[in-house]
Design a protein around this ligand. Structure first.
Ligand SMILES: Cc1cc2nc3c(=O)[nH]c(=O)nc-3n(C[C@H](O)[C@H](O)[C@H](O)COP(=O)(O)OP(=O)(O)OC[C@H]3O[C@@H](n4cnc5c(N)ncnc54)[C@H](O)[C@@H]3O)c2cc1C
Length: 295
């Protein structure tokens, strides 16, 4: 299997934070065989590897990633009755729009979630109305220590709020089968537009990973805690706690990953001092997570 390996590829262009250094090795996997070949390359080079989807929930250090970043370009999808089988690299918005053209909906709430099907399954992405774990019927995984894909049902993932059993592991979501709901295309489009409009009122646009911290169960939200701790508008270098939504730590254009992490640490400390709550990042920080609770 012939694969293209690039070296020293800036990760800024592949993540929504638009920060971070280079990947020592970088490649794009368009099918399972390429995925397997990239993993083999990483093993042979004795370097770590990381699968990257839409890059909307990752923060790479300014020093970059010392191993191989595999960009998931497995982007095929097929509608079968009232289900869709989508490869892990399919963009969620593309999925929603393609299904809508076939008068299949029930997933409009995911229009607010950037990124890919695989990334969404990894972190059980969603909004209060719908998590991807609610509609997952089956996934095909590439296990960490075997090159034979295995089909698993939803129970395998033990989904929770922004949690799944594969989080922090090396299992790769090759594809996912999702349950859809027959709905007219016009209704789906209207729902999608409504979700997007509502969100635009509450959340800032710009470079971020959405909510930086998970919502703790015993308080209204992480954003509420951060705001009450007086952090709204706080800045470190080019990073700022959004004045519009306190759980959005923005790159205002010139931030480094170090700025974002330092800002997050300051926010974490202020919330801990005031409420004795240790916020846990939702964002995956590579190669080393400086937060105790999520390391
Ligand atoms: C503006 C904005 C708003 C957001 N709003 C929401 C929201 O409302 N709800 C929500 O849940 N999230 C939200 N997010 C976060 C993000 O969109 C989700 O976490 C998304 O599911 C990440 O998918 P991705 O493909 O970008 O993953 P990436 O950022 O590329 O990767 C995230 C993690 O998933 C792993 N991963 C990626 N693909 C696979 C795969 N195929 N198999 C196994 N592991 C994989 C990666 O290795 C990494 O550890 C928001 C982000 C932004 C920028």
């Amino acid at each position: 299997m012939e694969i293209q390996i690039q070296q020293n590829v800036s990760l800024k262009h592949f993540c929504t934070y638009r920060t971070g250094g280079p990947a020592r090795f970088f490649g794009e996997a368009r099918n399972a065989d390429e995925m397997i070949a990239f993993r083999k390359f990483a093993r042979e080079q004795k370097v770590p590897y990381l699968l990257l989807g839409g890059g909307s929930n990752v923060l790479f250090s300014d020093e970059g990633f010392p191993g191989l970043v595999i960009h998931n370009r497995m982007e095929k999808m097929q509608i079968v009755g009232d289900r869709v089988v989508a490869e892990g690299g399919v963009n969620l918005m593309r999925l929603i729009l393609t299904c809508s053209q076939n008068n299949l909906g029930g997933i409009s709430g995911l229009a607010n979630v950037p990124g890919t099907v695989g990334g969404a399954v990894y972190g059980n992405a969603g909004i209060p109305d719908i998590w991807i774990g609610n509609i997952l019927l089956q996934a095909v995984l590439l296990p960490e220590n075997s090159d034979t894909p295995i089909p698993v049902g939803p129970d395998y993932f033990d989904f929770g709020y922004r949690e799944s059993k594969i989080k922090g592991k090396k299992e790769i979501v090759l594809s996912a089968t999702l349950q859809l709901k027959p709905e007219p295309e016009a209704k789906i489009r209207a729902d999608v537009n409504q979700y997007i409009k509502t969100r635009a009122l509450k959340q800032p646009s710009g470079n971020s990973c959405g909510s930086f911290f998970k919502n703790p169960t015993e308080f209204p939200s992480a954003g509420w805690l951060i705001e009450q701790a007086g952090c709204k508008g706080m800045e470190v270098g080019g990073a700022q706690v959004s004045p519009k939504h306190a759980n959005f730590l923005m790159n205002n254009g010139t931030a480094t990953s170090k700025d974002v992490i330092e800002l997050a640490v300051q926010v974490y400390e202020k919330v801990k001092d005031k409420f004795n709550v240790e916020l846990e990042p939702e964002v995956q920080i590579y190669p080393k997570n400086p937060f105790k609770a999520n390391s």
